[in-house]
Design a protein around this ligand. Structure first.
Ligand code: BG6
Length: 507
């Protein structure tokens, strides 16, 4: 259907969704996330024609910048990090709505200036009072920013306009702090005004989990304890902590990514079919999975944490975590974490879900591997199947996005020798469109008020409930095992699976 077709259905999800009159205010605009992800995403959306003509971008920070300096920063960030080519005409239009407000978070005058700026943009750019406030700030700054928005009337939705709060992780560092944080936010913003970012949910390959499972008939019948042996979810990074010592130390790998990204991937992999794809129905099913998670009885045996030591990465010598700048040399922070959990319901009872993540591992790769039981009976000699592994469906989240199905096949020319082979779907080969960055999708959804891809309060709190006992156990017992940079983590993690008669995949 073309867009001029009178029969065009506005709910048709194939059609481009374009944001209505609106603007985005970024707190923490001088930070890394803003420069590498948020500003480029705004430009990419504009370049794809998905932002309204008068779209406005307001930066709020301490720096002594004029509007022009801010625009220059955005320009440089876009040139360096945007996904789509730079087009002068798009830039010229975008720059019309760029403003900078200088101030600290406790500065009442600055928030008054922010209010005036928004008022001015409503007139000059036709933003209609619709603004999203993106808090790309440390959690310690959440309460003051939220309170300032309230105090200066910036959270009020008047005469048909909307105001939304976008909150970056971490949402606390345990259940208690998350509850406090949620209470602070929800004292000012109604639940449907709050968008919590888990950028993994904005990735195309992650959204495709739902398409794979629920748009097809061939996978779902075997997606359960009768056929699945176990599930492995891996998020491996080859980078270290870079310049993020201040954020990372004391937080660690499990809080940084298992609490959010990995548990969300697990929820999407394990959940029942939602009655529809609206936000409530999806959240209800994910919540059920997170609520059904059972931790292992022996946390000492079935969880492992590690810390990278010096080693070699990509042909270069890499320093250990304790030698990184800004890290306490006695730090017990985990840069690797592996945990085993079960989802205690009829579909999954007895099927372990192994979740692991780490920095400075052998390769950057995120995947979900659903590993199947062996065939219950084999008419072949044992020599014929010696090299046959377990069947698996592997969702390759990144890089090399796609899906692999692994199964056994007869080696040609032998009387009967069966070996593992792969059937691959690769995005690059099947689609000409390239995938948008997660932040493009998520910022657009915020402007459209579409909350499908944003975790709810309950999901966040349940995820902390899962992690808290593990962190407490780690706190009381020993310290992380060291692993050389560039390897696949501590040997203890291999032993953890060996005890179950299994092994980690080497993606
Ligand atoms: C972030 C974590 O949420 O995800 C980082 O805080 C991590 O530590 C990053 O590096 C990885 O994101 P991606 O999209 O590159 O896999």
């Amino acid at each position: 259907m073309s867009s001029s077709n009178p029969l065009r259905d506005p709910a048709d999800r194939r059609l481009p969704r374009i944001a209505g009159p609106s603007g985005l205010v970024i707190f923490g605009v001088t930070g890394d996330l803003s420069r590498k992800k948020l500003m480029p995403a705004v430009y990419d959306l504009a370049n794809r024609g998905l932002l309204p003509p008068g779209f406005s971008l307001v930066g709020f920070a301490r720096r002594e910048w004029a509007n022009e300096d801010f625009a220059q920063e955005v320009h440089d960030a876009v040139k360096e990090h945007a996904r789509t080519p730079f087009r002068e005409e798009v830039w010229q239009q975008l720059i019309q709505g760029m403003r900078f407000v200088q101030g600290t978070f406790d500065d009442d005058d600055a928030f008054e200036r922010l209010r005036d700026t928004i008022g001015e943009l409503d007139k000059a750019q036709g933003t209609g009072g619709n603004f999203a406030f993106y808090l790309s700030v440390p959690p310690s700054a959440f309460p003051v920013v939220i309170q300032q928005l309230k105090k200066h009337g910036l959270a009020d939705q008047t005469s048909g306009s909307w105001r939304r709060a976008v909150i970056e992780k971490p949402f606390g560092h345990d259940l208690k702090s998350a509850e406090e944080l949620n209470a602070t936010v929800e004292e000012v913003f109604a639940p449907d005004q709050v968008f919590r970012i888990d950028h993994y949910l904005g990735k195309e390959t992650v959204q495709n989990i739902l398409a794979l499972r629920f748009a097809n008939q061939m996978f779902e019948p075997i997606w359960n304890r009768s056929y699945v042996d176990h599930v492995q979810i891996t998020m491996a990074e080859d980078i270290g902590i870079g310049g993020r010592a201040g954020y990372y130390d004391g937080i660690g790998a499990a809080r940084d990514v298992i609490q959010n990204h990995l548990l969300q991937l697990m929820a999407l992999t394990a959940m029942e079919e939602p009655s529809s794809f609206d936000a409530d129905a999806l959240a209800a099913e994910k919540t059920k999975v997170l609520g059904a998670v059972k931790l292992p009885r022996d946390l000492g045996a079935d969880t492992v944490r590690g810390q990278y030591a010096e080693g070699w990465q990509g042909g270069e010598k890499a320093v250990g975590y304790l030698q990184e700048e800004g890290i306490d040399p006695k730090s017990k922070t985990d840069t690797y974490a592996a945990i085993k959990v079960e989802v205690d319901n009829r579909r999954w009872a007895g099927v372990p879900f192994y979740l692991r993540t780490g920095k400075r591992l052998g390769r950057r790769v995120t995947e979900i591997a659903v590993v199947f039981q062996r065939a219950p009976h084999s008419p072949f000699d044992h020599t014929a199947t010696e090299e046959l592994g377990q069947n698996a469906i592997v969702i390759r989240v990144q890089p090399d996005e796609g899906i692999t199905v692994r199964f056994g096949s007869k080696v040609p020319g032998t009387s009967m020798e069966i070996r593992d082979v792969s059937m691959d779907f690769a995005y690059g080969e099947s689609f000409t469109e390239s995938s948008p960055e997660a932040y493009e999708r998520l910022i657009l959804d915020v402007l459209l008020g579409d909350s499908n891809l944003f975790p709810r309060t309950e999901e966040v709190e349940l995820s902390w409930k899962i992690l808290d006992p593990i962190e407490e156990y780690w706190d009381k017992h020993g310290k992380p095992a060291q692993y050389p940079s560039g390897t696949w983590g501590p040997v203890e993690a291999d032993e953890m699976l060996e005890r179950d008669g299994r092994s980690w995949r080497r993606p």
